[in-house]
Unconditional design. Structure first.
Length: 130
């Protein structure tokens, strides 16, 4: 399949595919006599892996590491567990931070509603960010 077909099948742009190739996340494709890139099912599977890994929070650098793991190696499972454990810790930190931000926003909204009900007229949300 040509690059446009691969892009459509994976739901990404052709520029994304070219970028992943430059970064070494996707193998260089075979070229037809006319210079067109030709991809097989393996390229689509690799691209889907990248998309899914990004969706759960892995960076492109981490994805490149994961893609290089030999699934038949006895050390691969242990390494993957370490990578996933680190990612889960990162997610826990982000969740905690987001909960604090939400609590702050709830407080600001409460202040805003109280201010709107009073004759004061000034917005505490806007005042908070000045």
């Amino acid at each position: 399949m040509k690059i446009g077909d691969l892009a459509k099948a994976a739901g990404v742009s052709t520029q994304t595919i070219r970028y992943y190739e430059r970064e070494g996340l996707l193998s260089e494709p075979v070229r037809a006599a006319n210079g067109y890139r030709l991809y097989g099912q393996r390229a689509l599977e690799a691209l889907n892996f990248i998309i899914e890994a990004k969706a759960v929070g892995f960076t492109l650098r981490e994805i490149k590491q994961l893609a290089g793991i030999d699934p038949d190696s006895s050390q691969s499972c242990e390494f993957l567990q370490q990578v996933v454990q680190r990612k889960m810790l990162d997610l826990d930190k982000k969740l905690s931070s987001m909960k604090r931000m939400r609590k702050k926003m709830e407080g600001l909204m409460k202040e805003c509603k109280q201010s709107a009900a009073s004759a004061n007229g000034s917005c505490p949300v806007l005042l908070e960010f000045r």
